[in-house]
Design a protein around this ligand. Sequence first.
Ligand code: AMP
Ligand code: MG
Length: 329
Amino acid sequence: MIRTGRIIPAARKESITLAAEVIRKGGLVAFPTETVYGLGCDALNPEAVARVFEAKQRPSFDPLIVHVAEKAALDGLTQTISLSDHRLMERFWPGPLTLLLPKRARVPDLVTAGLPTIAVRMPSHPVAQELIREAAVPIAAPSANPFGYVSPTCAQHVADGLGERVDLILDGGPCQLGVESTIASMIGSRPELLRPGSITLEEISKVVGPVVRARESLTMAVPGRLARHYATHTPLTILTGHTVRSVRPLGERAGLLAMTAPRHGDQRYCAIEVLSPSGDLREAAQHLFAALRRLDAQGFDRLYAEPCDERGLGMAIMDRLRRCAEPLT
Ligand code: AMP
Ligand code: MG
Protein backbone atom coordinates (compact mmCIF):
# COMPACT_ATOMS: atom_id res chain seq x y z
CA MET A 1 0.00 0.00 0.00
CA ILE A 2 1.30 3.47 -0.86
CA ARG A 3 1.80 5.55 2.29
CA THR A 4 0.72 8.97 1.16
CA GLY A 5 -1.06 10.72 4.00
CA ARG A 6 -2.94 12.55 1.28
CA ILE A 7 -6.03 14.62 1.94
CA ILE A 8 -9.06 13.92 -0.25
CA PRO A 9 -12.50 15.58 -0.16
CA ALA A 10 -14.98 13.46 1.78
CA ALA A 11 -17.90 14.86 -0.23
CA ARG A 12 -16.99 12.74 -3.27
CA LYS A 13 -18.52 9.29 -3.42
CA GLU A 14 -15.31 7.78 -4.83
CA SER A 15 -13.37 9.10 -1.82
CA ILE A 16 -15.53 7.04 0.53
CA THR A 17 -15.21 3.98 -1.71
CA LEU A 18 -11.43 4.31 -1.74
CA ALA A 19 -11.23 4.94 2.02
CA ALA A 20 -13.41 1.90 2.75
CA GLU A 21 -11.13 -0.23 0.60
CA VAL A 22 -8.06 1.03 2.50
CA ILE A 23 -9.77 0.09 5.79
CA ARG A 24 -10.73 -3.37 4.54
CA LYS A 25 -7.15 -4.01 3.40
CA GLY A 26 -5.79 -3.20 6.85
CA GLY A 27 -4.83 0.44 6.20
CA LEU A 28 -5.38 3.59 8.23
CA VAL A 29 -7.87 6.31 7.29
CA ALA A 30 -8.35 9.58 9.15
CA PHE A 31 -11.97 10.69 8.98
CA PRO A 32 -14.18 13.43 10.40
CA THR A 33 -16.64 12.80 13.19
CA GLU A 34 -18.83 15.32 14.98
CA THR A 35 -16.33 15.35 17.89
CA VAL A 36 -12.76 15.28 16.48
CA TYR A 37 -10.99 13.54 13.55
CA GLY A 38 -10.45 9.83 14.15
CA LEU A 39 -7.64 7.57 12.94
CA GLY A 40 -9.63 4.56 11.80
CA CYS A 41 -8.85 0.93 11.07
CA ASP A 42 -10.68 -2.39 10.94
CA ALA A 43 -11.35 -3.09 14.63
CA LEU A 44 -11.26 -6.84 14.05
CA ASN A 45 -7.85 -6.87 12.31
CA PRO A 46 -5.12 -7.01 14.99
CA GLU A 47 -2.33 -5.95 12.58
CA ALA A 48 -4.28 -2.90 11.49
CA VAL A 49 -4.97 -2.03 15.12
CA ALA A 50 -1.26 -2.39 15.91
CA ARG A 51 -0.49 0.10 13.12
CA VAL A 52 -2.79 2.67 14.73
CA PHE A 53 -0.85 2.37 18.00
CA GLU A 54 2.41 2.68 16.10
CA ALA A 55 1.29 5.71 14.04
CA LYS A 56 0.15 7.56 17.16
CA GLN A 57 3.01 6.30 19.36
CA ARG A 58 0.21 5.34 21.67
CA PRO A 59 1.04 3.05 24.61
CA SER A 60 -0.70 -0.31 24.31
CA PHE A 61 -2.40 0.10 27.68
CA ASP A 62 -4.65 2.80 26.17
CA PRO A 63 -7.79 1.14 24.71
CA LEU A 64 -9.51 2.36 21.52
CA ILE A 65 -13.11 3.34 20.93
CA VAL A 66 -14.90 1.21 18.33
CA HIS A 67 -17.32 2.98 15.96
CA VAL A 68 -20.43 1.38 14.49
CA ALA A 69 -23.07 2.67 12.07
CA GLU A 70 -25.96 0.59 13.38
CA LYS A 71 -26.97 -1.14 16.58
CA ALA A 72 -26.99 -4.55 14.88
CA ALA A 73 -23.18 -4.36 14.66
CA LEU A 74 -23.02 -4.60 18.45
CA ASP A 75 -24.01 -8.28 18.32
CA GLY A 76 -20.55 -9.17 17.05
CA LEU A 77 -18.74 -7.00 19.59
CA THR A 78 -20.53 -7.26 22.90
CA GLN A 79 -22.14 -9.95 24.99
CA THR A 80 -25.01 -8.25 26.77
CA ILE A 81 -26.47 -4.78 26.71
CA SER A 82 -28.18 -3.53 29.85
CA LEU A 83 -31.50 -1.71 29.87
CA SER A 84 -29.75 1.52 30.85
CA ASP A 85 -27.37 1.17 27.90
CA HIS A 86 -30.30 0.58 25.56
CA ARG A 87 -32.01 3.69 26.90
CA LEU A 88 -28.89 5.80 26.44
CA MET A 89 -28.45 4.51 22.89
CA GLU A 90 -32.09 5.32 22.11
CA ARG A 91 -31.66 8.83 23.39
CA PHE A 92 -28.13 9.78 22.29
CA TRP A 93 -27.13 7.60 19.32
CA PRO A 94 -26.01 8.46 16.78
CA GLY A 95 -24.00 11.04 18.69
CA PRO A 96 -21.04 11.83 20.94
CA LEU A 97 -21.66 9.22 23.65
CA THR A 98 -19.30 6.26 24.14
CA LEU A 99 -20.52 3.36 26.28
CA LEU A 100 -18.52 0.58 27.91
CA LEU A 101 -19.97 -2.89 27.29
CA PRO A 102 -18.75 -6.44 28.02
CA LYS A 103 -16.64 -7.50 25.03
CA ARG A 104 -16.79 -10.62 22.92
CA ALA A 105 -13.69 -12.81 22.56
CA ARG A 106 -13.33 -12.06 18.83
CA VAL A 107 -12.51 -8.40 19.57
CA PRO A 108 -8.68 -8.24 19.58
CA ASP A 109 -7.24 -7.65 23.06
CA LEU A 110 -5.14 -4.82 21.69
CA VAL A 111 -8.33 -2.83 20.98
CA THR A 112 -9.43 -2.99 24.59
CA ALA A 113 -5.94 -3.08 26.13
CA GLY A 114 -6.80 -6.45 27.60
CA LEU A 115 -9.86 -5.11 29.44
CA PRO A 116 -13.01 -7.24 29.51
CA THR A 117 -14.99 -4.24 28.28
CA ILE A 118 -15.18 -2.56 24.88
CA ALA A 119 -15.89 1.13 24.37
CA VAL A 120 -18.36 1.71 21.51
CA ARG A 121 -20.10 4.62 19.94
CA MET A 122 -22.19 5.45 16.89
CA PRO A 123 -21.00 8.74 15.38
CA SER A 124 -23.59 11.04 13.80
CA HIS A 125 -21.28 12.58 11.21
CA PRO A 126 -22.52 11.49 7.76
CA VAL A 127 -18.97 10.85 6.48
CA ALA A 128 -18.16 8.61 9.47
CA GLN A 129 -21.44 6.75 8.97
CA GLU A 130 -20.89 6.24 5.25
CA LEU A 131 -17.32 5.07 5.79
CA ILE A 132 -18.32 2.47 8.40
CA ARG A 133 -21.21 1.22 6.24
CA GLU A 134 -19.12 1.00 3.09
CA ALA A 135 -16.18 -0.69 4.87
CA ALA A 136 -18.71 -3.09 6.42
CA VAL A 137 -16.54 -3.57 9.51
CA PRO A 138 -16.56 -1.88 12.90
CA ILE A 139 -13.92 0.87 12.89
CA ALA A 140 -11.57 1.33 15.84
CA ALA A 141 -10.54 4.96 15.95
CA PRO A 142 -8.69 7.04 18.50
CA SER A 143 -8.18 10.73 17.79
CA ALA A 144 -5.92 11.23 14.75
CA ASN A 145 -3.01 12.92 16.51
CA PRO A 146 0.27 11.87 18.12
CA PHE A 147 -0.36 10.47 21.60
CA GLY A 148 -0.89 13.09 24.28
CA TYR A 149 -1.17 16.10 21.97
CA VAL A 150 -4.23 18.27 21.33
CA SER A 151 -6.86 16.39 19.27
CA PRO A 152 -7.38 17.35 15.59
CA THR A 153 -10.53 19.20 14.56
CA CYS A 154 -9.75 19.61 10.85
CA ALA A 155 -7.98 17.58 8.15
CA GLN A 156 -4.88 19.79 8.15
CA HIS A 157 -4.34 19.14 11.90
CA VAL A 158 -4.17 15.42 11.05
CA ALA A 159 -1.66 15.96 8.26
CA ASP A 160 0.43 18.22 10.52
CA GLY A 161 0.61 15.61 13.28
CA LEU A 162 0.68 12.26 11.51
CA GLY A 163 1.84 13.08 7.97
CA GLU A 164 2.64 9.95 6.03
CA ARG A 165 1.86 7.62 8.90
CA VAL A 166 -1.76 7.70 7.75
CA ASP A 167 -2.74 6.25 4.37
CA LEU A 168 -5.60 8.62 3.60
CA ILE A 169 -7.24 11.65 5.19
CA LEU A 170 -10.91 12.30 4.40
CA ASP A 171 -11.50 16.03 4.58
CA GLY A 172 -15.00 16.78 5.82
CA GLY A 173 -14.30 20.32 7.06
CA PRO A 174 -14.03 21.40 10.69
CA CYS A 175 -15.65 19.26 13.40
CA GLN A 176 -18.84 20.68 14.85
CA LEU A 177 -18.46 19.74 18.51
CA GLY A 178 -14.69 19.92 18.95
CA VAL A 179 -14.23 17.88 22.14
CA GLU A 180 -13.98 14.09 22.36
CA SER A 181 -17.05 11.98 23.13
CA THR A 182 -18.52 11.64 26.59
CA ILE A 183 -17.60 8.21 28.01
CA ALA A 184 -20.06 6.55 30.38
CA SER A 185 -20.28 3.12 31.97
CA MET A 186 -23.39 1.34 33.22
CA ILE A 187 -21.33 -1.69 34.28
CA GLY A 188 -20.73 -0.98 37.97
CA SER A 189 -23.37 -0.66 40.66
CA ARG A 190 -24.00 2.97 39.68
CA PRO A 191 -23.88 4.79 36.33
CA GLU A 192 -20.47 6.39 35.96
CA LEU A 193 -19.15 9.26 33.86
CA LEU A 194 -15.59 8.40 32.82
CA ARG A 195 -14.89 11.37 30.56
CA PRO A 196 -17.03 14.51 30.25
CA GLY A 197 -18.00 15.58 26.71
CA SER A 198 -20.76 17.31 24.75
CA ILE A 199 -23.41 15.05 26.21
CA THR A 200 -23.49 16.29 29.75
CA LEU A 201 -23.70 14.50 33.06
CA GLU A 202 -27.04 16.25 33.61
CA GLU A 203 -28.44 14.88 30.32
CA ILE A 204 -27.32 11.33 31.10
CA SER A 205 -28.79 11.54 34.61
CA LYS A 206 -32.18 12.38 33.11
CA VAL A 207 -32.17 9.00 31.35
CA VAL A 208 -30.56 6.63 33.89
CA GLY A 209 -30.79 8.42 37.24
CA PRO A 210 -27.91 9.76 39.33
CA VAL A 211 -24.50 9.48 37.66
CA VAL A 212 -21.24 9.55 39.59
CA ARG A 213 -18.17 11.14 38.11
CA ALA A 214 -15.49 8.44 38.10
CA ARG A 215 -12.52 9.35 40.25
CA GLU A 216 -9.11 9.25 38.69
CA SER A 217 -7.48 6.16 40.07
CA LEU A 218 -4.34 4.25 39.34
CA THR A 219 -6.25 1.10 38.56
CA MET A 220 -8.07 2.90 35.77
CA ALA A 221 -5.19 5.02 34.53
CA VAL A 222 -6.25 4.97 30.90
CA PRO A 223 -4.86 7.92 28.98
CA GLY A 224 -8.10 9.67 27.98
CA ARG A 225 -8.08 10.12 31.74
CA LEU A 226 -4.37 10.61 32.39
CA ALA A 227 -3.51 13.78 34.25
CA ARG A 228 -1.53 15.29 31.35
CA HIS A 229 -3.14 14.65 27.98
CA TYR A 230 -4.62 16.74 25.15
CA ALA A 231 -1.61 18.94 25.89
CA THR A 232 0.19 21.75 24.08
CA HIS A 233 4.01 21.76 23.91
CA THR A 234 3.96 25.23 25.48
CA PRO A 235 3.24 25.07 29.22
CA LEU A 236 -0.26 26.29 30.02
CA THR A 237 -1.61 27.86 33.20
CA ILE A 238 -5.29 28.24 34.00
CA LEU A 239 -5.98 31.71 35.35
CA THR A 240 -7.52 31.66 38.79
CA GLY A 241 -8.05 35.37 39.25
CA HIS A 242 -6.09 38.59 39.23
CA THR A 243 -3.23 37.14 41.27
CA VAL A 244 -1.93 34.86 38.54
CA ARG A 245 -2.24 37.61 35.97
CA SER A 246 -0.24 40.11 37.96
CA VAL A 247 2.58 37.82 39.08
CA ARG A 248 3.52 36.93 35.52
CA PRO A 249 7.32 37.13 35.13
CA LEU A 250 8.58 40.29 33.49
CA GLY A 251 9.49 39.86 29.86
CA GLU A 252 7.58 36.60 29.50
CA ARG A 253 6.06 36.20 26.04
CA ALA A 254 2.62 34.80 26.62
CA GLY A 255 -0.57 33.95 24.73
CA LEU A 256 -4.07 34.07 26.18
CA LEU A 257 -6.93 31.67 25.59
CA ALA A 258 -9.96 33.79 26.41
CA MET A 259 -13.46 32.39 26.86
CA THR A 260 -15.15 35.58 25.66
CA ALA A 261 -13.90 38.79 24.09
CA PRO A 262 -11.87 40.80 26.62
CA ARG A 263 -13.56 44.14 27.25
CA HIS A 264 -10.33 46.04 26.78
CA GLY A 265 -7.58 44.82 24.46
CA ASP A 266 -5.07 43.17 26.80
CA GLN A 267 -1.65 44.52 25.89
CA ARG A 268 0.19 42.06 28.14
CA TYR A 269 -0.36 39.16 25.78
CA CYS A 270 1.38 38.71 22.43
CA ALA A 271 -1.71 36.94 21.08
CA ILE A 272 -5.25 36.35 22.28
CA GLU A 273 -7.57 33.62 21.04
CA VAL A 274 -11.24 34.19 21.84
CA LEU A 275 -13.24 30.96 22.04
CA SER A 276 -16.68 32.53 21.79
CA PRO A 277 -17.27 36.29 21.60
CA SER A 278 -20.80 35.79 22.95
CA GLY A 279 -19.77 33.34 25.69
CA ASP A 280 -21.54 30.37 24.11
CA LEU A 281 -20.09 27.09 25.46
CA ARG A 282 -20.86 25.11 22.31
CA GLU A 283 -18.95 27.57 20.22
CA ALA A 284 -16.12 27.61 22.78
CA ALA A 285 -15.81 23.80 22.71
CA GLN A 286 -15.86 23.78 18.93
CA HIS A 287 -12.93 26.22 18.73
CA LEU A 288 -10.96 25.01 21.76
CA PHE A 289 -8.40 22.68 20.13
CA ALA A 290 -7.79 24.77 17.00
CA ALA A 291 -7.19 27.82 19.20
CA LEU A 292 -4.80 25.90 21.45
CA ARG A 293 -2.89 24.69 18.39
CA ARG A 294 -2.60 28.22 16.95
CA LEU A 295 -1.27 29.54 20.26
CA ASP A 296 1.07 26.57 20.62
CA ALA A 297 2.53 27.18 17.15
CA GLN A 298 3.80 30.65 18.07
CA GLY A 299 6.60 29.56 20.38
CA PHE A 300 5.51 31.60 23.41
CA ASP A 301 7.03 31.02 26.85
CA ARG A 302 3.67 30.25 28.35
CA LEU A 303 -0.03 30.14 27.58
CA TYR A 304 -2.74 31.31 29.96
CA ALA A 305 -6.31 30.08 29.79
CA GLU A 306 -9.40 31.64 31.28
CA PRO A 307 -11.57 29.11 33.10
CA CYS A 308 -15.29 28.67 32.45
CA ASP A 309 -18.17 27.64 34.64
CA GLU A 310 -18.09 23.88 35.18
CA ARG A 311 -21.71 23.21 34.34
CA GLY A 312 -22.99 21.37 31.27
CA LEU A 313 -20.45 21.48 28.47
CA GLY A 314 -18.20 23.60 30.70
CA MET A 315 -17.24 20.39 32.52
CA ALA A 316 -15.70 18.93 29.33
CA ILE A 317 -13.90 22.18 28.47
CA MET A 318 -12.38 22.46 31.96
CA ASP A 319 -11.46 18.75 31.94
CA ARG A 320 -9.42 19.22 28.73
CA LEU A 321 -7.85 22.48 29.97
CA ARG A 322 -6.79 20.88 33.26
CA ARG A 323 -5.17 17.95 31.49
CA CYS A 324 -3.36 20.40 29.22
CA ALA A 325 -2.22 22.47 32.22
CA GLU A 326 -0.81 19.57 34.17
CA PRO A 327 2.99 19.92 34.48
CA LEU A 328 5.17 17.41 32.64
CA THR A 329 6.54 14.83 35.04
P1 AMP B 1 -9.81 8.55 22.35
O1 AMP B 1 -8.34 8.67 22.53
O2 AMP B 1 -10.55 9.85 22.34
O3 AMP B 1 -10.21 7.65 21.26
O4 AMP B 1 -10.41 7.86 23.65
C1 AMP B 1 -9.97 6.64 24.07
C2 AMP B 1 -10.24 6.59 25.53
O5 AMP B 1 -11.43 5.86 25.77
C3 AMP B 1 -9.19 5.84 26.32
O6 AMP B 1 -8.07 6.64 26.59
C4 AMP B 1 -9.96 5.46 27.56
O7 AMP B 1 -10.02 6.57 28.44
C5 AMP B 1 -11.36 5.22 27.03
N1 AMP B 1 -11.62 3.78 26.82
C6 AMP B 1 -11.62 3.11 25.67
N2 AMP B 1 -11.90 1.81 25.86
C7 AMP B 1 -12.09 1.65 27.17
C8 AMP B 1 -12.39 0.53 28.01
N3 AMP B 1 -12.58 -0.68 27.52
N4 AMP B 1 -12.50 0.77 29.34
C9 AMP B 1 -12.32 2.01 29.84
N5 AMP B 1 -12.03 3.09 29.10
C10 AMP B 1 -11.91 2.92 27.80
MG1 MG C 1 -7.02 10.87 21.98
